[in-house]
Design a protein around this ligand. Structure first.
Ligand code: G6P
Length: 369
């Protein structure tokens, strides 16, 4: 087992550090930025199904569902196709409306999640085209779907999903961009810029990993917290959800993710000097709005840990701690911003002496309801 961990103390840490390499594997042969092309067999063979789709429905569970939310924002923004993201367990039992011109995307690391599998079968019965985004080659979901794209993250052993999530987002970005090109919903220059930015993600993730020592110091301060709030807007709202899920899964600290502006409709009541709030605040679209959210937290004495773009000064002046990350497009920042949140939950869990790779009550793949 020590050999399999490749010198890392836990599989989770190894898998966090594998992300630059596996993200590259995910787009190898698919992202041909010098030619301005994205090539994915499963999409090319079924391109018309996607471009004619009135709607795309994403079904997934857990972390894969969070990736689906990022995918929703990407596909709607880039390709202008309406997207709904559903928990597979809800979808399968609520007599959903599914039409023959709907495309269903099922996302699953293991490809064995019982609820996702059942949702796929239901969608197929109703005549939808079902596309799988799986990591495990030859898994039940990859066989049950009409077509698909593998994430190529390699085996993920840690129960808390890390590299599966960022590679799922990578595949969804490729799909969204390919569909945008096919539908003509994005200018050529914007499309090419996104391709180039996507290609730079592995090295930017590598750079984000370098904040580890800073994150360890922050983890030391907050390891005994009983609650934690994660906030993000736009593409980083699902990242906030995923950050909170990671913390609760492996450290057993109660954590909630929220769209930053929703804070005022509830969670703000919880904020006091005992409450760490992790805010994803890259220098992008919603920057000023997030800055004012941070001011609201500060006014209530909440402790602010802000994930910011390199060189940020405005948030730095307000926050108790900052974690820097390289800039990218707003959509692709979701991949980069995930990294510090994975590291933060990992280090807190280790300091609390929790079983990081096999947290209590959780299974890597949930093959029963
Ligand atoms: C379990 C795992 C999670 C995972 C979820 C969905 O709860 O512990 O890490 O996100 O199942 O699994 P899937 O294999 O379908 O992505």
């Amino acid at each position: 087992e020590q050999i399999e961990k490749g010198g890392y103390e836990h599989f989770m840490l190894k898998e966090i550090h594998e992300q630059p390499a596996v993200i590259k594997d995910t787009f190898r042969g698919r992202l041909l930025s010098d030619k301005g092309l994205i090539k994915m067999a499963g999409i090319e063979d079924n391109l018309q199904k996607f471009t004619n789709a009135k709607r795309i429905i994403v079904v997934a569970c857990g972390t894969s569902w969070h990736a689906g939310l990022v995918g929703e924002y990407m596909i709607e923004e880039f390709a202008r196709i309406p997207v709904e993201v559903e928990y597979a367990s809800e979808f399968r039992y609520r007599n959903p409306i599914i039409n023959e011109d709907d495309v269903v995307i099922a996302i699953s690391q293991s490809g064995e999640t019982a609820d996702t599998l059942a949702a796929i079968k239901l969608a197929k019965e109703k005549g939808a085209f079902v596309f799988g985004v799986c990591n495990v080659v030859g898994s039940s979901i990859s066989r049950e779907t009409h077509a698909g794209a593998y994430t190529h993250a390699g085996p993920e052993i840690g129960v808390a999903s890390t590299k599966a999530f960022t590679t799922q987002i990578t595949v969804l970005a490729l799909i969204a961009l390919r569909l945008a090109e096919a539908k003509g919903t994005m200018s050529k220059s914007e499309y090419l810029r996104n391709l180039l930015e996507l290609e730079l993600i592995p090295e930017k993730v590598e750079e984000a990993l370098k904040e580890d020592a800073n994150i360890i110091k922050i983890a030391e301060i907050y390891k005994d917290s009983t609650n934690c709030l994660y906030l993000g807007r736009g593409f980083n709202y699902p990242v906030a959800l995923e950050g909170a899920l990671k913390l609760k899964e492996i450290s057993y600290i109660h954590a909630e993710g929220y769209p930053a502006a929703e804070m005022k409709h509830g969670p703000i009541a919880l904020i006091d000097e005992q409450m760490p709030v992790i805010v994803i605040a890259p220098n992008q679209n919603h920057y000023d709005k997030v800055v004012s959210n941070i001011q609201e937290i500060k006014a209530r004495s909440g402790k602010i840990i802000a994930v910011v773009s390199k060189g940020d000064t405005q948030v730095k002046a307000l926050a108790d701690h900052i974690i820097e990350m390289p800039e990218s497009t707003e959509a692709l920042t979701s991949i980069i911003a995930t990294i510090p949140l994975q590291l933060l939950s990992y280090h807190i869990a280790v300091m609390r002496e929790c079983n990081v790779d096999q947290p209590r009550n959780l299974a890597k793949s949930v093959t029963v309801e």
